[in-house]
Design a protein around this ligand. Sequence first.
Ligand code: PLP
Length: 427
Amino acid sequence: MQNSRSTKLFQQALQSIPGGVNSPVRAFRSVGSDPLFIKKALGPRIYDEDGNAFIDYVGSWGPMILGHCHPQVVAAIKAAVDNGASFGAPTELEITLAEMVIDAVPSIEMVRMVSSGTEATMSAIRLARGYTGRDNILKFSGCYHGHSDSLLVKAGSGAATFGVPDSPGVPADLAKHTLTATYNDLDSVRALVAANKGSIACIIVEPVAGNMGTVPPKEGFLEGLRSICSEEGIVLIFDEVMSGFRVAYGGVQELYGVTPDMTTLGKIIGGGLPVGAFGGKKEIMSLLSPAGGVYQAGTLSGNPLAMTAGIETLKLLKQPGFYQKLEEKSAFVAEGIAKAAKDAGFPIYSTRVGSMFCAFFSKDPVYDWDSAAKCDTKAFANYFKAMLNEGIYLAPSQFETAFVGASHSTEDLELTIAAAAKCFKAL
Ligand code: PLP
């Protein structure tokens, strides 16, 4: 594969942008190569600066569920920009998208728009703290909720460990308020709740984890969290920034029938433009400024272009049969890749929920961060590079989710499975 222009641009970017990228995982470091610079995208394909085309399973890390440049979304954004890019004042578009979100997501009675998933989760935990008057929060090892200080914390050496910062710059004094439990392990949650009785404001969880690869919740896990939170007066937050409008129109909470107190969203509801949102019960949301005293604000919040892209995207997702077709495509490609690995005698553990899927390079089941961390990341890196050479663009890390979109054709999926078969045989 010819990539001299990407190489040159990366060298240039390194001079002006830290690490050459504006978000770390884009740098391809965990697979030991340099990033491709992308020029354009259309439908299921992205095209790099050297003119190579790839079938895309990253989808801008989740938002592009319709594929790139859906004509209806593009036309709506073009029309919206003629009215002005931003006003910093309320618009009818914000009400339209808010009402669509409220109609779709079972837990959301009121919603506030922000500009990223990070802002959504950061604001949701502030509101949960304000609502309960408690300081501690509980998250799960391997779940990513954006990069705000309180959430950039993972477990130490056990479920009962107080948080240690994951990054220089996060004060230990703040990180100590973040407790970390083990995903899919209710006992680890119960132990932390018992040891910190009356001091936990919220439990925040990716109800289908997508940031340690794709890890579905075990039967009873989400229900168990719901009961613990109800019993202990803890606010249950589902972080559906990735899974919202992805695994079902109403997200994981619709698919699994468990309703949290609050939900965070992002990615798909902006149709590829910068967006986030958090919402929940009226009783909690009405504490938010200016209705209540918990402060939260944003210059570009509810941006008219982002609202427009979100509204048009949700209209298309709402069409009858959309998720059924996506489910069929996703099952076809995920099962095809798993079979290709098996036929080549290569051990992988395959997971999928809706159009989120992952091939873990592990012969054992993956159900939490520790089991995910045992994967053969070197073999994954080789697979990633081989797939790229075959024209398949996967996320450059074992601990990410692959996304299927509506624009992937049967032929695209067959090409992907054939490429995987070739790559597994060569590994
Ligand atoms: N929450 C989840 C579950 C995510 O997957 C992400 C990003 O990948 C975030 C929060 C942060 O969103 P953003 O990158 O828009 O700040």
